[in-house]
Ligand binder design. Structure first.
Ligand SMILES: Cc1cc2nc3c(=O)[nH]c(=O)nc-3n(C[C@H](O)[C@H](O)[C@H](O)COP(=O)(O)OP(=O)(O)OC[C@H]3O[C@@H](n4cnc5c(N)ncnc54)[C@H](O)[C@@H]3O)c2cc1C
Length: 408
């Protein structure tokens, strides 16, 4: 609902000229970071270029890992998740006409996944943000970040026709894969690991009660298929397809027929069918940039790394990033150092996506910046194989991280 003043917050008059942390992007990463900082008494502004309605209605992730669920409860935004989230003990793997149950909770000492839409997470975090009274701005235009290697980095944007500038101690780039923060970092400071997969997912959202209480991952000669759900009345299903699949020929009948072919098992199980509410094709890509920092700019979530939705990890990684980033920022203020002393976030051992997710805070003197090699553009042909990932790593530690990630 662009232009609806009830959805634009705050009013332009209350946009501050100075804050501690400027957050670009009101996705799960930006909103959770703002909330975590608020709980530690740290001020921030969140600047989002889309409307509140668009952000809340964007259907993406739906599987929350235990760590994300725990975090939501711990920081006071888990009440609705607790009531409405669908807790799953495990998953089904289907092949050769049979479903096999994997009891994840039994294998992991009681940890489980919870199905709760990313849009619901975002909705809850926006409500919490508004409750705090701290600035959250939707529909910001021409968002830019500047002076990142100075002690006064700035976020600039247009709102309601007026130009604004907010001077910050630190800027958090939580603006997703297509945002403006990462491209602001000079190429010579970016170290990129990337793989583009030769297939995509045709995803649908259907008004149909889930016919399985847990997810079904199906391996089939016609291609992979995934049965998933968003609520007791809405099913989410995926078909493996070409990365540039044309949705045009995919009528609803053809989609259901293909889903039946790939998912039905010999015991008579098949997905319930109903009106298709949404269809889309998602390409598959793994991408990690490091370091996740340039001067006073810190990247978090999809801005720094994306993994294919096959793993249902992206939102969970975004939450893990901002949890650590907020702790490091809070420690920085607690330690009494001025930001000009230099915060350094560097990748630590024990990471879960090729070294991108774990951040530790350190002093600039103790962790001198490594010189980064410029990243060469790769041809489409070179982007399809695992070996090309290794080609794109310019140092041996990076290659070893990727070997470990591929082995997992
Ligand atoms: C089909 C699909 C299924 C998925 N399933 C799962 C799953 O089950 N589990 C899981 O964990 N993950 C899943 N993911 C991944 C997950 O959705 C992302 O990892 C997650 O959204 C990352 O959150 P983020 O806040 O980092 O980025 P985003 O959600 O992309 O948020 C970035 C925000 O920044 C805003 N922005 C962009 N540019 C600007 C700008 N110039 N100025 C201001 N704001 C800007 C955007 O509008 C957006 O609101 C899935 C993704 C897809 C596509």
């Amino acid at each position: 609902m662009p232009g609806d003043s009830t959805l634009r917050f705050p009013l332009a008059a209350s946009i501050p000229a100075r804050t501690q942390v400027g957050i670009v992007g009101a996705g799960p990463a930006g909103l959770m970071l703002g909330h975590l900082l608020h709980r530690q008494g740290i001020d921030s502004i969140i600047v989002e270029n889309r409307s509140r309605q668009h952000v809340v209605e964007r259907v993406r992730a739906g599987v929350l890992e235990q760590g994300t669920v725990d975090l939501m409860h711990e920081v006071g935004v888990g009440a609705r998740l607790g009531r409405e989230g669908l807790r799953h003990r495990g998953i089904y793997l289907a092949f050769d006409g049979a479903r096999h149950h994997i009891d994840m909770a039994a294998l992991t000492g009681g940890r489980a996944i919870t199905v709760y839409g990313q849009n619901e997470v975002v909705h809850d975090l926006i409500e919490a943000r508004i409750e705090t009274g701290r600035p959250l701005l939707f529909e910001a235009g021409d968002v830019g970040v500047h002076d990142l290697d100075s002690s006064r980095p700035r976020v600039t944007f247009r709102s309601a026709g007026a130009a604004h500038e907010v001077v910050c101690d630190v800027i958090a780039g939580c603006d997703g894969f297509h945002g403006i923060c990462r491209p602001t970092i000079p190429a010579s400071h970016q170290h990129i690991y990337e793989r583009v997969y030769p297939f995509g997912w045709l995803g649908i959202l259907a008004e149909a009660a889930p016919s399985s209480t847990e997810l079904v991952y199906s391996r089939h000669e016609r291609g992979f298929a995934l049965f998933s759900m968003r609520s007791p009345t809405v099913t989410r299903l995926y078909l493996q397809c070409a990365p540039d699949e044309d949705l045009g020929p995919w009528t609803d009948d053809r989609i259901w027929s293909e889903l039946r072919a790939r998912l039905s098992t010999d015991d008579g199980w098949r997905p319930n069918e109903g009106p298709i509410l949404q269809k889309s094709v998602t390409g598959m890509r793994s991408f990690v940039v490091e370091p996740m920092r340039y001067g006073r700019l810190f990247l978090a979530g999809d801005a720094a790394h994306i993994v294919p939705p096959t793993g249902a990890k992206g939102l969970n990684l975004a939450m893990a990033d901002v949890y650590r980033l907020s702790g490091a920022i809070a420690e920085h203020y607690r330690s009494g150092k001025r930001a000009a002393d230099g915060l350094v976030f560097r990748e630590g051992a024990g990471t879960n996506v090729a070294g991108a997710a774990l951040l530790v805070v350190d002093d600039v003197a103790a962790a001198p910046q490594r010189q980064r090699q410029p990243v060469r553009p790769s041809s489409p042909a070179r982007r399809t194989g695992v070996s090309c990932q290794f080609d794109r790593c310019h140092d041996e530690p990076g290659r070893e991280l990727l070997r470990r990630a591929v082995r997992l």
